[in-house]
Write a protein that binds this ligand. Structure first.
Ligand SMILES: Nc1nc2c(ncn2[C@@H]2O[C@H](COP(=O)(O)OP(=O)(O)OP(=O)(O)O)[C@@H](O)[C@H]2O)c(=O)[nH]1
Length: 190
């Protein structure tokens, strides 16, 4: 499930992942909740992700609360060009703590990293917040596709391990994977 303030790019991230496209210029705010499926090949096994795209607007909050309980994973987004969306992350985490399963897989994403000129949140600040809460973290761009497939693949790998890992299989470590595979560390620092 994708969560975060209105306008951070949740729908665009999902469209980029599902269709490999970016809907430039058009901002049609999600009403309530929507979902798309995508099947991924994860280490030779087909994993079907059912991805729920929530409305970030406050007035739909009671609708989205009802969906947290069934979510296996949450991608929590802020917009690196919008400081308020970053400042609201703590409130989102409180909400997640209240409504989501205690062992939900959670990842923090700073989106719109392609907009270097308008950046208002430093990469280090995102990293610091993620570290404080023990979350895997990446900066993404729905526009260029940076780290988008990686974010969903990381989630799929973690969920697959949780449901099917044989005792002989090595552990998949989400934090290490994201750190190792995430791109753009130097390009995205202002
Ligand atoms: N430059 C840039 N713009 C983006 C990116 N992702 C989304 N946008 C733009 O940001 C605006 C909002 O994107 P949405 O995906 O609709 O935002 P949302 O989080 O789903 O918004 P709600 O449905 O209201 O919760 C649109 O105008 C997009 O074109 C990105 O990675 N880079």
């Amino acid at each position: 499930m994708l969560v975060g303030d209105s306008g951070v790019g949740k729908t665009c991230l999902l469209v980029r992942f599902k269709d490999g496209a970016f809907l430039a210029g058009t901002f049609i705010s999600t009403v309530g909740i929507d979902f798309r499926n995508k099947v991924l090949d994860v280490d030779g096994m087909k994993v079907k992700l059912q991805i729920w795209d929530t409305a970030g607007q406050e007035r739909f909050r009671s609708v989205t609360h009802a969906y947290y309980r069934d979510a296996h994973a949450l991608l929590l987004l802020y917009d690196v060009t919008n400081k308020a969306s970053f400042d609201n992350i703590q409130a989102w985490l409180t909400e997640i703590q209240e409504y989501a399963q205690h062992d939900v897989v959670l990842m923090l994403l700073g989106n719109k990293v392609d907009s270097a000129q308008e950046r208002a949140v430093k990469r280090e600040d995102g990293e610091k917040l993620a570290k404080e809460y023990g979350l895997p973290f990446m900066e993404t761009s729905a526009k260029t596709g940076l780290n988008v497939d990686l974010a969903f693949t990381a989630i799929a790998k973690e969920l697959k391990q949780r449901s099917t890992r044989a005792p002989s299989e090595p552990h998949f470590r989400l934090h290490d994977y994201v750190k190792r595979e995430g791109r753009g560390a130097s390009c995205c620092t202002p």
